[in-house]
Every structure is written in structure tokens, then in C-alpha cells.
Design a protein. Structure first.
Length: 533
């Protein structure tokens, strides 16, 4: 019988001198200081991300990319791409094959639907998620129902449904087993899922929601949302942030968050009660923390309701995931400080996964904004996804007052650049250089970087390659929100299909994936210049 304790590493960080354990000589020599962000957006983002990965894989750009930062549906895709074990035989099999020019010219709806194969990464996006979620909500702990449904629908087809820990490679697993050979002699390497070779280092983004168990659901209660990152080697947030129930009053209940990292396999432990260092002894978590736990938290959209203090009306709070948590800054008294906290969708704070990149001073970033909001113009105002403006200190209905990392004056350049690219009928993208603003909520520094923003919008040049019937079907979906491709490609995150929660049709998945795959390959020089060695 196994001991009730394990050994794990706790890595503290001082101010902005963050120590990121993945920055080994091997990773630094193999990759350039660049990264890719896959935004949230449920099954729409999962399908779009499959096409984006397909093109980047075909262009040979992924192995040299240092980071992938993902949120929600983007995390489903990125985590499966990083860890898949079954179904697909290789990456090309997983990401799907694009039709050739003759097939695009002749395919009708049936051929497009049939082109999505069982072994393709985004095929599970067509599964009845609501049925699986309802089953778990009735028969299991309600706060785990979403996570279990994510496991069964999106991860199980690819052999990732076991209660395994996840890690980076065989060397990192061997290190864990060696440290724990006395405490956990029954642990074996097969209990750890490891990343496939030559992958960018994966960051899955979620949030901690606080305060909890007090006046969380009072409409007048301020709710804090704090970043938490799940990665193959560690979980946590390098930036130490102390939260108060009322930010104007210091003498009220408060907690510490962040301040460093805990080995991911130890997440959920009540802690070591010792100052942060390597190989600390602590209680074993109640169950292994798996990659599907991380992706389930990252996509738990109930967090939006928490963030808006609306759960008292909806009674959805029981479905918000809860985990034991303590800050690295409290490591010396962690068992006293550990308590259950609400965790949720990273999209409720940073739907593009950009903050994790800025914390690591990544110098070249591709941000795929797989939004449900079509780019449009109302008078002189260009309308895009509401999560973008707060990054420039411009507030929107998303209410993200702490997200400013760019000068407000750069926002018009971005929206005008996207609008101009969109009007040229090609991929809606804009490339710009920035000097970031220091951000005291996320702990991001001021430095220079370059971003290629890629926005989810119809690509007319791709549409022109299709058959007459498919052109008509897509334009009908865009212009009148009717047919099998209504709202293309900005499918709704919730209830795109009648009486469905998040699932899409095969044709919807196949078309948005191919639109992005073709468009990125058409702009191969832009992506290669940014991501290539």
C-alpha cells in the first residue's frame, strides 16, 4: 500500500526575476523565443485550432516554436496535440488532410462532412457534450461534472482518459519516480502521460476565483480573477499577488496567490509546511491531476457567471470546479493556508492566453483570436472581440480592469489593420511591434515584442475556390445566419445547434479548419518569418 505522502518541487519567484523550469539548454537551443496563442471559444476554437495547427505543422514551424499558450477550447486542441496516444497514427493523421484544389472546386456538403475523420483532433467537437455532462452532473460530484465530461468527450478518443499524472518527457518522469521511490514504491512511468517529441512547451490557462464561501454570490461583492497556469512541469503563477475582499480596505480578509510553481503532479496537495525548495515532502493529492483536469478547468465556462456575480440567480455555482490551493509564498504554513478554491475558464480573465507569454518575455507571438464576434463596422467604429480592447486599457462589457499591457493609442492601429486585411478578402491578420506596459496584476514587464494577430473572419479568397453550391451555402450562413453553415466561421460558443450545448456539425468543423489551413499556407512567408529559425 502506498504511503500517504509524496515529494515534489516548489519553485519560488522573486519579484519579476521568474525562474521557469522548462528553460533548459535543450529547449532554448531547439527553439526560438516565439510562441503561439490559441484563444478560447469552445468547439469553434477547437475546430479552428486544428486547421491552424495543420498548416503550421505542414510548414514545419511547430518544432522550433518555444511555447503554446491556450485557453478553453484552444486548450482542448493544444493539449490533445501535445499528448495524444491513440486513434491517430501521426500528426498528419491527427490534424487532418486538406482537400486538393480539384476537390475544393467540386465538393458539396456531403463530401465536406465526410472529410472529417474519426481520428481527427476536432472530431469530438461533434459529440453530444450535453448528454455526457448531464450524466456526470447527476451521478458524480457536481463540481467535477464538467471536467469529467471534457475527459470523456474530448480526451478519451485519444487515449487520455486515465487518471494519470502528466509530465514533459521520460527524463522528467524518471526524476519524479526517483524522488518518490521510498514514499511511492508502486509508482511506474505508465502512470504519467508525457508530451510527444518536438512540441512547443504547453501552457494551459485557467483562473482562481476569490473570495469564495462568503459573499461570492452577492451582487455587490467584488470577485477577483487571478491567473493560474498548468504546464507539464509545474502549476501556479510566478507573480505573487495578495488579494483583499475590498481592495480599498486593508484590514479585511485576504489571501496570497502565486509567487511560484508547484510540480503539477502535486497540485491538490495541502502542502509541505516548509519553505519552498526541491524534493519537499507533502500529503499526496486525493487523485492524480491529469491533463484533462487542467483542460477541464481551463474551459469551465461557469466561471463567467462567478465573475459576474450572477450565480445566486442561476444556481450554477455547484458546477464550478473546486480544488485545494495554497500560494507558494505560504509554503512554510501551507497546510494551514490550504483551502478549497473555485477554479474556472481562463477566458474569464485572459481569453487569448497572452499574459503567460508576456510573463516569459516571448519576443514573437502569433495570437489566434478564434472569436464568435464577426469583425464589422458601425459608423466609423470597427467592432471586434470585446476581450481585445482591455489589453489596450480600453474597457468593454467584459469588465477586465487589470488587463492593460499595451498603449491605448495602438488599439486603432490594430483594428484598422484587421479591417484593411479583411477588406482585401484574405486572412484577417495584422502584424505590429509593441513596447508593453508594466502590469502589476499579472506581473508582466515592459519590453519590446512583435505580435501577429490572426482574427476569425471569412476568407473570401478561400470561398472563391469552392463549388457553386458551397459558395452559396457559406454566404447564406454569413449573411442570413441560415443553413448548415450559419454564422460561418463565427459559430456561437453556446447553442449554435438547436438544443445542443457546444457541439457542431461535421461540415462546420471541416470548413473552418480548412479555411485556416489554406489561408495560413497562402501566407507561409509571414508565419515563417515570425516563427521560423
Amino acid at each position: 500500500m502506498s504511503n500517504t505522502q509524496i515529494k515534489a518541487d516548489i519553485t519560488p519567484s522573486e519579484h519579476r526575476d521568474f525562474v521557469f523550469p522548462e528553460r533548459t539548454p535543450e529547449l532554448l537551443s531547439r527553439t526560438t523565443n516565439c510562441g503561439i496563442c490559441f484563444s478560447g471559444g469552445g468547439t469553434r476554437s477547437m475546430a479552428a485550432t486544428m486547421g491552424q495547427l495543420r498548416a503550421l505543422h505542414k510548414l514545419g514551424l511547430l518544432a522550433g516554436t518555444r511555447y503554446i499558450s491556450s485557453v478553453s477550447g484552444g486548450s482542448w486542441a493544444a493539449a490533445i496535440y501535445t499528448y495524444y496516444k491513440n486513434e491517430a497514427t501521426d500528426d498528419s493523421d491527427l490534424l487532418g488532410e486538406s482537400p486538393n484544389s480539384v476537390e475544393r472546386k467540386n465538393w458539396g456538403k456531403e463530401e465536406w462532412a465526410n472529410s472529417l475523420k474519426e481520428h481527427n483532433l476536432a472530431k469530438p467537437a461533434t459529440t453530444d457534450f450535453l448528454e455526457v455532462f448531464t450524466h456526470h452532473a447527476i451521478h458524480h460530484n457536481t463540481d467535477m461534472a464538467w471536467i469529467y465530461a471534457v475527459r470523456d468527450v474530448y480526451f478519451k478518443p485519444f487515449g487520455l482518459d486515465q487518471p494519470n499524472y502528466f509530465s514533459l518527457n521520460t527524463q522528467s518522469v524518471d526524476s519524479v519516480l526517483k524522488a518518490n521511490q521510498q514514499l511511492q514504491p508502486n509508482w511506474e512511468s505508465c502512470m504519467f502521460d508525457i508530451a510527444r517529441p518536438d512540441r512547443p512547451y504547453l501552457i494551459v490557462n485557467g483562473i482562481i476565483i476569490w473570495p469564495a464561501n462568503k459573499e461570492l454570490f452577492n451582487d455587490h461583492q467584488k470577485v477577483n480573477r487571478v491567473l493560474i497556469q498548468f504546464t507539464p512541469l509545474y502549476t501556479g503563477n510566478p507573480w505573487a499577488l495578495r488579494l483583499h475582499e475590498n481592495q480599498e480596505l486593508e484590514n479585511v480578509d485576504s489571501i496570497n496567490t502565486g509567487g511560484g510553481f508547484l510540480s503539477s503532479y502535486a497540485f491538490g496537495s495541502s502542502g509541505p509546511n516548509q519553505p519552498a525548495s526541491d524534493n519537499l515532502k507533502m500529503p499526496i493529492p486525493k487523485e492524480p491531476f491529469s491533463i484533462w483536469h487542467a483542460s477541464g478547468i481551463s474551459s469551465s465556462a461557469f466561471a463567467y457567471f462567478v465573475a459576474d456575480s450572477a450565480l445566486s440567480k442561476t444556481r450554477l455555482e455547484k458546477f464550478v470546479p473546486q480544488m485545494d490551493y495554497w500560494a507558494v509564498t505560504d509554503s512554510g504554513e501551507s497546510q494551514q493556508m490550504s483551502q478549497k478554491h473555485y477554479f474556472g475558464d481562463g477566458g474569464a480573465l485572459d481569453n487569448n492566453g497572452l499574459m503567460a507569454m508576456l510573463q516569459r518575455r516571448v519576443e514573437k507571438i502569433v495570437v489566434f483570436v478564434n472569436s464568435s464576434t464577426p469583425i464589422s463596422k458601425k459608423g466609423s467604429e470597427i467592432i471586434i472581440d470585446a476581450d481585445i480592447a482591455p489589453l489596450f486599457g480600453i474597457q468593454s462589457e467584459q469588465n477586465l480592469p487589470n488587463n492593460a499591457v499595451f498603449k491605448a493609442s495602438a488599439y486603432d492601429d490594430l483594428v484598422n489593420g484587421l479591417w484593411k486585411a479583411n477588406k482585401k478578402n484574405g486572412l484577417c491578420m495584422h502584424r505590429a511591434e509593441y513596447t508593453t506596459l508594466e502590469n502589476r496584476w499579472f506581473g508582466t514587464p515592459a519590453y519590446k515584442l512583435e505580435i501577429l494577430w490572426v482574427y476569425n473572419s471569412p476568407v473570401e479568397k478561400w470561398i472563391q475556390l469552392l463549388s457553386v453550391d458551397m459558395k452559396h451555402e457559406i454566404r447564406k450562413g454569413i449573411e442570413s445566419s441560415e443553413g448548415d453553415l450559419k454564422h460561418f466561421p463565427n459559430y456561437r460558443t453556446i447553442s449554435e445547434e438547436f438544443l445542443k450545448l457546444v457541439e457542431l456539425k461535421d461540415i462546420q468543423v471541416a470548413c473552418i479548419a480548412d479555411m485556416f489551413a489554406w489561408s495560413i499556407e497562402e501566407n507561409a512567408d509571414v508565419f515563417t518569418e515570425l516563427l521560423g529559425k
